[in-house]
Write a protein that binds this ligand. Structure first.
Ligand SMILES: Cc1cc2nc3c(=O)[nH]c(=O)nc-3n(C[C@H](O)[C@H](O)[C@H](O)COP(=O)(O)O)c2cc1C
Length: 327
């Protein structure tokens, strides 16, 4: 297939312009859960970064039914990101190498405070940095601004700071530092591009994290056969969407057997069946990213499908599904 390069700034615009077929009514889906101290109305979360960081877009995601919203990853200082192309559509999903563009936490924190005034679902602040001190700085500012939890992104496969998530000692150090500096729950988002994801998860658990988010994108690339060059400005990027679902599912399944903290599953979830698979593998809730390119109705479709699946199988609560594939 031909490759299409998409300007990142337009994704949120495209998605929010798509018609949401019947916004769910407040509390329409009765699937409440407590995740590591975070109260959610249902087990769906917006994955970090896909829809950018505009307050307007995130507000619409909450209205579309998401149980919680994760912000774009924010660092200690403004970051321009990589040069274009930064997103390429491939047969089975998307490859992106954004380079974590963001305005820096000092500029972004007021957005969280404002967003909090207009939505009633928990906001999870995604943070990254080059050192434990960076992570602590950003996480503390996010907590002060009203984030209900922090997701430490130690896992971006193409970012300069991505190597933190490849080393268990670094992961433990960052986790301990952030955990010691905040009072809200700490989620640690893992990089799948490692030999043993369990080893890294255990390091985060030893560092005191409250939950694990699995997984970030899978490292990949695309080459233009006419230009004889890699397509992405950064050459390498992260693969997201349906192609990575079996990888993400396997990671969640493996982690469920080895770690005690709850797991948040993410990677290629685009319908209710995918969501159910992740819950059966052991995820306590799920994040949705790339599938949102179809529109924000994805949240409602997943919640409707999950609810009727539970009825059909006579499951009373999410607890009846989570980890059931391990019996
Ligand atoms: C355009 C784009 C930007 C992303 N930005 C971030 C980010 O800032 N921080 C982060 O932790 N993950 C980021 N991700 C990874 C997603 O949060 C998610 O882990 C990954 O895309 C797999 O889920 P999906 O297949 O549902 O998209 C990004 C993914 C995409 C496609």
């Amino acid at each position: 297939m031909a490759y299409y390069s998409i300007p990142y700034s337009t994704i949120g615009f495209i998605v929010t312009k798509k018609k949401v077929v019947g916004m769910p009514k407040k509390d329409e889906f009765d699937l409440p859960l407590q995740l590591a101290g975070l109260r959610m109305r249902n087990p769906t979360m917006l994955a970090s970064g896909i829809l950018g960081m505009s307050r307007f877009t995130l507000e619409q995601v909450a209205s579309a039914g998401a149980g919680s919203i994760v912000t774009k990853s924010i660092g200690p200082k403004p970051e321009k990101g990589y040069s274009n192309p930064t997103i390429v559509e491939v047969d089975c999903g998307y490859l992106n190498a954004m380079g974590l563009p963001n305005p820096g936490v000092d500029a972004y924190a007021p957005e969280i405070s404002e967003l909090r005034k207009v939505i009633d679902v928990p906001i999870v602040g995604s943070v990254y940095g080059g050192s434990p001190e960076d992570f602590v700085y950003v996480a503390s500012k996010m907590e002060k601004a009203g984030a209900a939890a922090i997701e430490a992104n130690v896992s971006c496969p193409h970012a300069k700071v991505g190597s933190i998530g490849l080393d268990p000692d670094c992961v433990k150090e960052v986790t301990q530092a952030v955990k010691g500096a905040i009072r809200i729950p700490l989620l640690v988002k893992l990089n799948p591009n490692v030999t043993s994801i369990v080893e890294i998860a255990k390091a985060a658990e030893d560092g005191g994290c409250d939950a694990i988010t699995a997984i970030n994108t899978v490292k990949g690339m695309a080459i233009d056969v006419d230009a004889f060059l890699p397509i992405l400005g950064n050459r390498y990027g992260g693969l997201s969407g349906p192609a990575m679902k079996p990888i993400a599912l396997r990671c969640v399944y493996e982690l469920y057997e080895k770690v005690r903290v709850p797991i948040i599953g993410v990677g290629g979830i685009s319908g209710w069946r995918d969501a159910v698979e992740f819950l059966l593998a052991g995820a306590s809730c799920i994040q949705i990213g790339t599938a949102l390119i179809k529109g924000l109705s994805v949240f409602k479709e997943i919640l409707e499908g999950l609810t009727s699946y539970m009825k059909k199988k006579s499951f009373k609560s999410l607890k009846d599904i989570i980890g059931r594939a391990h019996r």
